[in-house]
Design a protein around this ligand. Structure first.
Ligand code: UDP
Ligand code: MG
Length: 328
């Protein structure tokens, strides 16, 4: 790592902390976030960099971040060529940070910067490699969303080895070793909550009460969240695939039983022409199961298709630092 590229040379011995902030249309919350995070960082004995990843924003986000960088040499910005999604923006951040400690946090103040000093202290104790956060309530969230979120965490923990805590946020502080591991997980279909759990390391969980965003709007609607949940399950579990085989096995046994029933009934009672309604029901039922199984397989094939193309996760259109990898 090129240490001389960092701020003052006299600070070479200092530990360094990098803050990654993925931003998509955050013009209203960024000034508030920047002010708050600077307040916290100034009190630390660490050198720091704040890496804003502008995820193809359509508002003044990039101009605002450039404004910060003119006055503050600690600000690094990476502007992506279009909106690649939060997962890609986070990956772009992870690929380009240089701190010994790395934090990832949202721009909307839902990840309170005030928690950082406490999180750093926990890492400094040496007992943990990462400090993650989880919200203990879902205040301000529609009840239907909370209901499905709870089911999602139950299911994914049962059928995968991703080990995801209910209410886990992406906000966490990690040692560089852990960030290197995250970067080495270079899959195209990314589900960071699962990746953090899968790579292991000793993680301390800090609970905090949910905070509503300071400005702007959430980028998630129910449909997007549902897709995110399905993607998470498919990325970290093969159980849905085996559901298709189990259906197959069950249907085969069931059809043997049905055959026996039909044969015995024919021998004992003769064969009156009846039962077309039940026949149609069975045909539709089996057709439904077949389509469902095909659909599950299709989901996995679609993922394999995208992985096999080896497309870059992100493309950089603009940055203020030469070392930034233009795509990866
Ligand atoms: N974000 C992003 N790209 C996107 C969507 C969101 O970089 O396509 C950023 C966004 O600017 C914010 C963070 O991801 O800093 C979390 O987004 P949001 O607050 O909309 O999600 P929520 O907190 O509602 O889950
Ligand atoms: Mg938010």
């Amino acid at each position: 790592m090129d240490r001389s590229a960092w701020m003052g040379k006299d600070r070479l011995e200092m530990e360094r902390i990098s803050i990654i902030v993925p931003c998509y249309n955050e013009q209203d919350s960024l000034p508030i976030f920047y002010k708050e995070i600077k307040k916290v960082l100034k009190k630390l004995t660490y050198d720091h960099e704040i890496l804003f990843v502008d995820d193809g924003s359509k508002d003044k986000t990039l101009d605002i971040v450039k404004g910060f960088s003119v006055l503050d040499p600690h600000v690094v910005y990476i502007s992506l060529s279009r909106n690649f999604g939060k997962e890609a923006a986070m990956y772009a951040g992870f690929c380009n940070v240089r701190g010994d400690y790395v934090a990832i946090m949202d721009a909307d103040m839902q990840d309170p910067p005030i928690l950082l000093p406490q999180m750093i202290e926990i890492l400094e104790s040496g007992e943990y490699d990462s400090v993650a956060t989880r919200r203990i309530d879902r205040k301000g969230e529609p009840p239907i969303r909370s209901f499905f979120a709870k089911r999602f965490y139950r299911i994914i923990n049962q059928i995968s080895d991703a080990d995801i805590v209910d209410g886990a946020r992406d906000f966490r502080l990690m040692k560089k070793e852990m960030v290197d591991a995250v970067v080495s997980m270079s899959e195209y279909n990314r589900f960071s909550k699962g990746i953090f759990g899968w790579i292991g390391f000793r993680t301390y969980w800090v609970p905090f009460e949910n905070i509503e965003r300071v400005a702007g709007e959430t980028k998630w609607n129910f449909g997007k969240l549902f897709k995110y949940a399905v993607d998470g399950i498919i990325n970290f579990s093969q159980v849905p695939l085996s559901i298709a085989s189990w259906f197959g096995i069950m249907m085969t046994f069931f059809s043997f039983a049905a055959m026996l029933f039909v044969i015995i009934r024919r021998l004992v009672f003769g064969d009156p022409v009846a039962g077309w309604a039940s026949t149609i029901c069975i045909v539709i039922f089996i057709g439904g199961i077949q389509l469902l199984s095909l659909g599950i397989m299709g989901q996995y094939i679609a993922k394999i298709y995208m992985e096999s193309k080896h497309r870059p996760h992100y493309i950089v259109s603009e940055t203020n630092k030469k070392y930034v990898k233009k795509m990866k």
